[in-house]
Write a protein that binds this ligand. Structure first.
Ligand code: NDP
Length: 459
């Protein structure tokens, strides 16, 4: 075998690509992984990890503000310094990148730095080198959309926000999805005056309606000014001022604005035309449920396929594909009940069907709810609440979905996702003894449904 022939070439060194490459190498495949920028991808370098580190900074602000109520004397003048956070973040990302590179080395994956392009079936061009493999996995992820609104092209995205040396005094957040909600919530706590503009009535389209309402309330409680139904028609920028032209004729002027209007697959420079793959209208690479594209021997995983844009899904897809190609494993992963979180404050955790989906699927459901002020907030008189919703199929007592907004919701829902995956019934929840005193104990103490709803019934 020559040194440019591999069993598998993975293009893209994000979570999905790295997971796929390592798993294939573990099965004995000779693997090359090509990455143009830094190893780690969106999640480690520009997404989940730095975002969560900023969320911790925001949360510590909350803790400082409530510390007095718990008997602490906190000196006046506590202030957040973005520059200090940046320095610490850079160190941490360098450490994580080192771990990723080390993991590839340890797995015997050949790491190649450069921009890769498909060069016909079974071949990839990286700079002057032409590599070959019977299997090629495309895992190049996605990047912020920069053409959603006229004039938005130069508007900073979460990539730039996470690299700011200083936070602006005031900012517009444009969009109502994951990124908009998370950053609006954090920025407000870090002292930025935030106006959030989105085109729907509520943020977080697709989430359970009860969570959406409460998320909007939580943002308002944090001081975010909400402008529903008011995404800008166009945006202009001049001399440090962003002007957002709104449908009602208003021109909103702010020193900073965040484009959080979604992400688009990085499919443009992959040479897809050379192998007969045609991206869809959203620029996603079409794949079947096994991750196979229209071209034999070429596969795609993660955000590039725009199916379920979440890091753990990309990792599961990458591993399943490597198992299928090199170890005769299951050719697909079941993504039906993927838990997800929105790291606003308080955060959201959710898994399974929303109330709307459950009804649309024809289930008659009992809706159990808990809505309370958690002990910690009640003690200091803070307004923060905790809300939980459990949806139970009346026909067979199965739990179809559970949704929470409140402290630690992502941690709690991750564990409950196992119960859902295992097919837990409401009786199983009832039989489980509570851990006291916790907020999570409410999940096993809900006795009476707040309502029973059937498909077609208007609430
Ligand atoms: P989302 O798809 O979640 O949200 C995009 C938002 O932009 C929506 O509110 C959408 O409105 C709005 N929008 C889109 N086009 C326009 C337009 N032309 N004018 C006005 N508004 C527009 O994308 P994000 O960028 O927030 O996040 C990208 C993906 O990354 C997410 O889907 C998620 O999968 C992942 N992610 C996951 C996180 C997590 O797990 N915690 C955190 C961050 C990102 P509408 O709803 O009306 O279409």
């Amino acid at each position: 075998m020559n040194d440019t022939a591999y069993d598998l070439i993975v293009i893209g060194g994000g979570s999905g690509g790295v997971a796929c490459a390592r798993r294939a190498a573990h099965h004995g495949a000779r693997v090359a992984l090509i990455e143009a920028v830094r190893v780690g991808g969106t999640c480690v370098l520009r997404g989940c990890v730095p975002k969560k580190l900023l969320m911790y900074a925001a949360q510590i602000g909350d803790t400082l503000r409530e510390a007095g109520g718990f008997g602490w004397q906190v000196p006046d003048g506590a202030a957040f310094r973005m520059q200090a956070w940046q320095a610490a973040k850079a160190q941490e990302l360098k450490r994580l990148e080192g771990i990723y590179r080390g993991m590839l080395e340890q797995a015997n994956v050949h790491f190649i730095e450069g921009a890769a392009r498909l060069d016909g079936p079974g071949a990839v061009q990286v700079g002057p080198r032409r590599l070959t493999a019977p299997h090629i996995v495309l895992a190049t992820g996605a990047a912020p959309v920069r053409d959603s609104i006229p004039g938005i092209a130069d508007c900073p995205t979460s990539d730039e926000l996470l690299d700011l040396a200083e936070l602006p005094p005031r900012a517009a957040v444009i969009g109502g999805g994951y990124i908009a909600v998370e950053f609006a919530s954090m920025l407000a706590r870090l002292g930025v005056e935030v106006t959030m503009l989105y085109r729907g009535e509520l943020p977080l389209r697709g989430f359970d309606e009860s969570l959406r309402t409460r998320a909007a309330e939580a943002l308002e409680d944090a001081g975010v000014q909400l402008r529903p139904g008011m995404a800008p028609l166009s945006i202009s920028h001049e001399a440090g001022t962003w002007t957002l032209h709104l449908a009602d004729g208003e021109a909103l002027r702010l020193p900073w604005a965040l484009n959080a209007t979604g992400r688009r697959p990085n499919s443009a420079r992959l040479g897809l035309e050379r192998v007969g793959i045609v991206p869809d209208a959203q620029a996603a690479v079409p794949v079947d449920e096994r991750g196979h594209t229209a071209a034999a021997g070429i596969y795609a995983i993660g955000d590039l396929t725009a199916r379920h844009n979440l890091t753990p899904v990309a990792i599961a897809e990458g591993r399943a594909l490597a198992d299928a190609l090199f170890a005769g494993g299951e050719p697909q992963i079941a993504v039906g009940q993927v838990a997800t979180a929105v790291f606003m404050l308080p955060p959201i955790g959710t898994v399974g069907a929303t109330e709307t989906h459950a009804l649309a699927q024809g289930h008659t459901i009992d809706v159990f709810e808990a809505d309370f002020r958690p002990m910690r907030a009640a003690f200091t008189g803070r307004a923060e609440r905790c809300y939980m919703k459990l949806l139970v199929d009346v026909a067979d007592d199965r739990v179809l979905g559970l949704h929470m907004i409140g402290a630690d919701a992502p941690e709690i829902v991750q564990s409950l996702a196992v119960a859902l995956r295992a097919g837990a019934t409401k009786a199983d929840f009832d039989r489980t003894v509570a851990v006291h005193p916790t907020a999570a104990e409410e999940w096993v103490l809900m006795r009476t449904p707040s309502r029973r709803v059937s498909p077609g019934e208007v609430r």
